[in-house]
Ligand binder design. Structure first.
Ligand SMILES: Cc1ncc(COP(=O)(O)O)c(C=O)c1O
Length: 407
């Protein structure tokens, strides 16, 4: 990044952050479609391999298009924050092929057989499955506690000295539960745990977990950071630069879950309008939530911006805005959910979130169709529950579409 924007604002960093002059004077950093890099001499190869000279070696280890977006996201997560000495917080980010690759890399970098993770129930399904089905085979287990109950969290940590890492997802997918980052991180630190946060739903636009001293933040960049639904990706950001440059880099390289130049370019391009998009996503979501709450066909709306949400006050404390994802319960159950989805004309029926267009899904008939009904309902995914990622279309068009689909 050029010196003139060292103290830049958040929006400026979304555009210029991480950019360095390119040797052919290209305005935008090109898509470096190369699997390997050349050396001028055997001596230079030795120096680069030893880390005595900076340089790219091989595509799985690094790529200039990827570097730019890694630095940009690290700058956004650190924006306005200071380290223990009062200097601007320095973070390092490593881009991965997906959010799941990023989470897996972080977990395997920090845990060994015999260690446990303390976490809460309402995690993204893929993370939950990783804890349930993959990590136990490696001797790593999860302890699940209600993260709203801080006494229970502390008691669980005190009762088991093999707990090494606290994993928080707030707001959580799909329940939108919001837990106290400051209090939980303080508890984790008090007991020498590594504290990690999945910040996918909030993004650094709405919440910066490093403010509370956490160790690692992860994102599925597939969502709001990319913003256009053009590429799957994930990122791990860490404050311990030594650890990021050694064990996390090594794990990333050896797992092979690296991103690629094309998808990094798409992500970087999406980030250029990140701040503006988030502003509109959030204001549209607020209007949609208010509309749905008053609609006679709707039983209940889960949106952190509504006073009726049990975590509304918590969200107000730690988030700049309640965000752009909500869920709502239709009065007519499963059949009403299917009918509503089929009636939509503008909003798109799809399972991701964070894209410019409004995405709507009916978990009971799609993502959770294979989950036994009682279990699904225990998770809060009832027959008529609809999840919605509010887009940035003209608000009246979104509301008109919902209205006609509900009638
Ligand atoms: C909160 C959260 N974390 C992680 C992931 C996994 O990300 P990806 O699909 O990019 O692997 C998702 C995906 O929906 C998610 O919602």
């Amino acid at each position: 990044m050029s010196k003139k924007i060292n103290d830049a604002g958040f929006e400026t960093l979304c555009i210029h952050g991480g950019h360095t002059a390119e040797s052919n004077r290209a305005h935008l950093t090109p898509i470096y479609a190369t699997s390997t890099y050349t050396f001028d001499s055997a001596e230079q190869a030795i120096a680069i391999f030893k880390g005595e000279e900076k340089g790219y070696i091989y595509g799985r280890f690094g790529n200039p298009t990827i570097d730019e977006v890694e630095q940009k996201i690290a700058l956004l997560e650190a924006y306005g924050l200071k380290d223990a000495n009062g200097n601007p917080l320095q973070l390092k980010a490593i881009l991965h092929a997906s959010g799941m690759a990023a989470i897996t890399c972080m977990l395997l970098s920090n845990l060994k057989a015999g260690d446990k993770i303390i976490t809460h129930q309402s995690l993204y399904g893929g993370t939950q499955e990783m804890l349930d089905k993959i990590l136990p085979n490696l001797g790593i287990e999860a302890v699940i506690v209600d993260f709203h109950d801080h006494n229970a969290v502390e008691a669980a940590i005190k009762a088991d000295n093999t707990i090494k890492l606290m994993h928080i997802e707030t707001p959580a997918n799909p329940t939108l539960q919001c837990v106290d980052l400051q209090a939980l991180s303080a508890l984790g630190k008090k007991h020498n745990l590594i504290v990690t946060v999945d910040n996918t739903f909030a993004t650094p636009y709405l919440q910066q977990p490093f403010k509370y001293d956490v160790d690692f933040v992860m994102h599925s960049t597939t969502k709001f950071l990319n913003g256009h639904g053009t590429a799957v990706g994930g990122i791990v950001i860490g404050r311990d630069l030594q650890k990021m440059n050694t064990v996390v880099t090594k794990t990333h390289r050896l797992l092979g879950g690296n991103s690629n130049a094309f998808e990094a370019f798409l992500l970087n391009n999406g980030l250029r309008t990140f701040s503006l998009r988030m502003e509109r996503h959030c204001s549209n979501a607020e209007k949609v939530a208010t509309f749905l709450e008053q609609h006679p066909a709707v039983e209940r709306v889960n949106y952190l911006g509504l006073a009726s949400h049990p975590d509304h006050e918590m969200a107000k404390k730690q988030m700049k805005h309640a965000g752009a994802v909500l869920s709502f319960e239709l009065k007519g159950g499963f059949d009403a959910g299917v009918k509503f989805i089929n009636n939509l004309k503008l909003c798109v029926s799809a399972v991701s979130l964070g894209t410019c267009d409004t995405l709507i899904s009916h978990p009971a008939s799609t993502t959770h169709v294979g989950v036994p009904r009682e279990k699904r309902i225990e998770f809060g995914i009832t027959d008529g529950l609809i999840r919605m990622s509010v887009g940035i279309e003209t608000i009246d068009d979104i509301l008109n579409d919902l209205n006609q689909a509900l009638s």
